[in-house]
Design a protein around this ligand. Structure first.
Ligand code: ADP
Ligand code: GLC
Length: 510
């Protein structure tokens, strides 16, 4: 059978996601979708990013780009009624990419994107099936004619299935290929089977090769099954998710798609996360002035967090969603041993009320050494990255992780568990002269409090060794963590997806 390659220099790319900076952010997904859209646009592609408009959250934030009305309305036939969204638009700062915001007050005028407290909103399946159904409909009505529809996480997992069914014969989608990026296997969009009508697809799709997994409707699996290419956010995580341990029940579905699966390490927005110019910092510094600059940031942080202002006491920072994934159980177990040492710990995070409470208790038990802020605070996140000497990420699993890369850029040595993207970005110092060429932090493998404590102790010793610390900090600060390389790798994935669609056409399967 003849095979075609579908190389196009300038692609029309539509990115769909449930959050994106600077508009809405609960975690790294938002950093990635916002920065990737900008990086792709800077590479010369025509990029449109489509996100829900959580209007009250937008209203409460200052400094966002202006949002305008398009005057366009899109209606989707939901099972019990037609539902209409109005489409607003904005320009993504620092790029030519356009952002389309889907305003549907019943679904998205909420206090949070996904849920409040511990659980998700009851109607999440309906909300994100609606969003997924709106995305191709916007493309059709606005004649976007995308080459690529790039979907992110379960909230957009239905889109590849819609392209293969309801939109297969629709004008404007003749050559459209879909890419599904998995940011976290632990969140799959699992709903009871009776939600199937919300998808707009017939019951014949509810089978174990397509939309069903373990007796439920699974929107991430839907995306994996139908997308032309699948990617995830680091090479190591791409391997981990194909195993029973990392696959969260979808490993066999992933193994079937292994030939189409690529791991691409996330980049960072190096304009927003730049210690030489970060507007949220009290002092700026470069790789040549980091000691002085970080010293001033540390004093400011200690003052802000009401800790004693001792320059020589090592300060370990952590900024994280407080969920099982992030290793808080290990930290709690290791805390008494660690706090025997002369060190300070600063936490910023929000999430599971149980972990929030544990962290609060630790802070009140050790007021001279531990400070915690429970909540979401962009400026404090930047100030911890700059002011800490060491940064802690003892994750149980970590698809990519951005904070360790922010830390490396800010001269803050990361202490991480060697999993997923942490393994792909943190190069451990192992005591050997060779490792000094590339080492930039500290890693451990066993998920035990002991392994964590030993590694923290090694890092503390390194903090006392001026020359060694300088080498590690330099290695971290001078490596390129920007999106430029990773964005080009996404373009390669897009080209493979287009080739697959072109070959399907030649073979008469579309
Ligand atoms: P995840 O997406 O799993 O939460 P990442 O490391 O990929 O983990 O990204 C987390 C992002 O969210 C980072 O930009 C981090 O600084 C930010 N973040 C997490 N918690 C908070 C918080 N409480 N306040 C401010 N920023 C936070
Ligand atoms: C997820 C992962 C995190 C990753 C982020 C962006 O939230 O937990 O590791 O960095 O997505 O891809």
């Amino acid at each position: 059978m003849m095979s075609v390659k579908a190389l196009k220099p300038r692609l029309r790319i539509v990115l769909a996601a449930s959050e994106a900076v600077p508009f809405f952010k609960t975690g790294g997904l938002a950093d990635v979708t916002g920065a990737l859209a900008a990086a792709l646009s800077q590479l010369g592609h025509d990029v449109v990013l489509i996100i829900p408009d959580y209007f009250p959250m937008r209203q409460s934030r200052k400094g966002l780009p202006a949002v305008h009305e398009t005057g366009i309305e899109v209606t989707v036939a939901m099972p019990d009624r037609p539902v209409t969204a109005t489409i607003n638009w904005a320009t993504l700062p620092g790029s030519e990419a356009r952002v389309l915001l889907v305003r549907q007050p019943d679904y998205f005028d909420r206090r949070q994107p996904y849920g409040e407290g511990n659980g998700g909103y009851q109607d999440n399946c309906e909300r994100f099936c609606f969003f997924s159904r709106v995305v191709p409909e916007i493309c059709r009505q606005m004649v976007l004619r995308p080459d690529i529809l790039h979907c992110n996480d379960w909230q957009t997992g239905l889109i590849p299935a819609l392209l293969n069914s309801n939109y297969a014969e629709t004008s404007g989608f003749e050559h459209t290929a879909s890419v599904m990026t998995i940011h976290n296997m632990a969140y799959q969009g699992r709903f009871w089977h009776l939600d199937m009508p919300l998808t707009g697809l017939p019951w014949t799709y509810y089978n174990h090769r397509q939309m069903e997994a373990w007796g439920e409707l699974n929107l991430l699996k839907t995306g994996l099954s139908f997308a032309d290419q699948v990617s995830t956010v680091s090479p190591t995580y791409a391997e981990e998710i194909c195993t029973p341990d990392g696959g969260y029940g979808l490993d066999s579905a992933l193994r079937e798609r292994q030939a189409d699966l690529t791991g691409i390490l996330n980049g960072i927005d190096d304009a927003a996360w730049n210690p030489e110019a970060d507007v949220l910092l009290p002092a700026h510094y470069s790789v040549d002035t980091w000691r002085e600059g970080k010293g001033r940031c540390k004093a400011h942080l200690q003052h802000r967090m009401q800790l004693p202002c001792f320059e020589e006491v090592p300060l370990i920072g952590m900024v994280s969603r407080m969920v099982d994934q992030k290793g808080f159980d290990l930290i709690m177990e290791a805390a008494p041993r660690l706090l025997n040492r002369n060190l300070q710990l600063v936490f910023l995070g929000t999430g599971d009320p149980w972990y929030e409470q544990k962290v609060r208790e630790l802070a009140s038990q050790y007021p001279e050494q531990v400070a915690a802020q429970i909540g979401f605070d962009e400026s404090l996140a930047h100030q911890i990255e700059a002011g800490a000497d060491l940064f802690l990420m003892p994750s149980r699993f970590e698809p990519c992780g951005l904070n360790q890369m922010y830390s490396l850029r800010y001269g803050t040595m990361p202490i991480v568990r060697r999993v997923g993207g942490l393994a792909d970005s943190v190069v451990p110092y192992d005591g050997s002269p060779e490792s000094l060429q590339t080492a930039n932090g500290f890693t451990f493998s066993d998920y035990t409090a002991e392994a964590l404590a030993e590694t923290v102790e090694l890092a503390l010793d390194c903090c006392e060794n001026t020359e060694l610390r300088d080498v590690l900090v330099r290695n971290g600060m001078t490596r390129d963590w920007s999106w430029s390389g990773s964005a080009s790798r996404y373009v390669e994935v897009y080209q493979r997806a287009l080739t697959r669609v072109a070959n399907r056409r030649v073979e008469g399967r579309i």
